[in-house]
Structures are given as C-alpha cells and as structure tokens.
Write a protein that binds this ligand. Structure first.
Ligand SMILES: Cc1cc2nc3c(=O)[nH]c(=O)nc-3n(C[C@H](O)[C@H](O)[C@H](O)COP(=O)(O)O)c2cc1C
Length: 196
C-alpha cells in the first residue's frame, strides 16, 4: 500500500491550506493509500544551525520534534507539502523543515548514501499545495526552485503536474467558495497515490 504524508506548513489550522490538504489526503485515501498528516504548528522545530554534524553522520543532532517529521518522511512514498505564501515563499514553519532536511542532502551528496527506505518500497514522489491572498503571476515562482531542491534532498521526484496552486484566497474560509480548487486538490491527491 502506498503511504502518503501530508505536511501542513500553515500556522492557521482549518484555514485554506489545511482544507486543501485534507481534500488531497481524502483523494489519496479513496485511491487506496494509507495517509498521514503532520501539522507543523503543533511541533517545536528549530531552524538548521549549520553545525554540519550531518556531514559526518547523515543525520541531525539537534534532537527536537523534527525527529517526528524525519520518521514520517522515511515512512512515506508520497510527500505533499502544503503552505500558504508568506512574503512570496513558504511559511517559516515549512522552511524550517526544508532546511532541516540538509541531513538528507549530506547523506546523498557528501556521504553518497541512499535515502533510508524499506526494501521494495514504491517510488517516491513529492507534491505541493500552495495558496496566496494575491493573484500575481509570479506568486509561486521562487517557491518552485526551493521545492525542486527540497524534493531532490529527500529523494522524491517532483510530481509538478499535480501541484495545486491557488491564488486569491485570503480569509480563513475563502477556499470554500472555490469549488474548482477543492476539486483539484482531491484529484491531485488521488492521482499522486495512483502514480507508479
Ligand atoms: C505574514 C504573511 C505574509 C503573507 N504574504 C503573502 C504574499 O507574499 N503573497 C500573497 O499572495 N499572500 C500573502 N499572505 C496571505 C496568505 O497567503 C493568505 O491569507 C492565505 O490564504 C493563508 O493561508 P491559510 O488560510 O492556510 O492560513 C500573507 C499572509 C501573512 C500572514
């Protein structure tokens, strides 16, 4: 069974990003996947401190609740990062998690070891749900580059065709007026779970 992990980077629980992520996870579940969700605002996660311990070991020595995320990332076959745009990038909570994946970057590029996985596990893919209050064409542009390198570090192929990017939602329930976005999130989760 494919395992899909949804990581909620929004600090606003039950807001637009949370609702879209729930729809995506519902789609994945309906496609037969096992789903897991982590809300980063419930966890105490420090930023990366560039101690470079991971260059020797491939793992992080900080020892905080990022350990919960590491364990979930290593169980997952599909990873959906969901974040609103804050100042044209992902939230601080989501960026802390991305930066803390430096240990996987070190594992791959310095220690030349494989991402920790179970034998015969399905292919790994990464997807993204992004929302923003404005409608600018370039709203997600910078984030796309961050995601490319994040997914590379965690050894997940970016499933860009299933990214859900929603502009013009600002108040907490705005996305409820956007049936097409909720539908797209559901279908995206379903398709992601069905990828071979
Ligand atoms: C600190 C902060 C910075 C924001 N920066 C942007 C931004 O750069 N571009 C944008 O379109 N919306 C921006 N927004 C609006 C949020 O992306 C928007 O309200 C979104 O719907 C919040 O998602 P949520 O409901 O999941 O919390 C910002 C909001 C906050 C609180």
């Amino acid at each position: 069974m494919v395992r899909v992990l949804g990581i909620l980077g929004s600090p606003r629980l039950a807001g637009n990003t949370d609702k879209l992520l729930d729809r995506a996870l519902a789609g994945a579940k309906d496609a037969g996947a096992e789903v897991e969700k982590i809300s980063l605002c419930d966890l105490d996660i420090s930023g990366c401190i560039e101690c470079n311990d991971c260059y020797e070991t491939g793992s992080c020595t900080i020892g905080d609740e990022m350990d919960i995320v590491y364990a979930a990332l290593e169980r997952a076959d599909r990873v959906i990062l969901a974040s609103p745009m804050f100042f044209m990038g992902v939230t601080a909570q989501a960026k802390a998690v991305i930066d803390r994946c430096q240990c996987y970057w070190a594992l791959k590029y310095i220690l030349k070891e494989r991402f920790p996985r179970l034998e015969n596990a399905p292919a790994r893919y990464g997807s993204f749900i992004g929302v923003g209050g404005t409608s600018g064409e370039k709203l997600f542009e910078g984030t796309m580059l961050t995601l490319k390198y994040f997914f590379d570090a965690i050894d997940a192929k970016p499933a860009e065709e299933f990214y859900v990017l929603v502009r013009g939602v600002d108040d907490k329930d705005d996305v409820l007026k956007r049936d097409e976005a909720l539908h797209a999130a559901y279908e995206s989760g379903k398709s992601l779970a069905q990828l071979k």
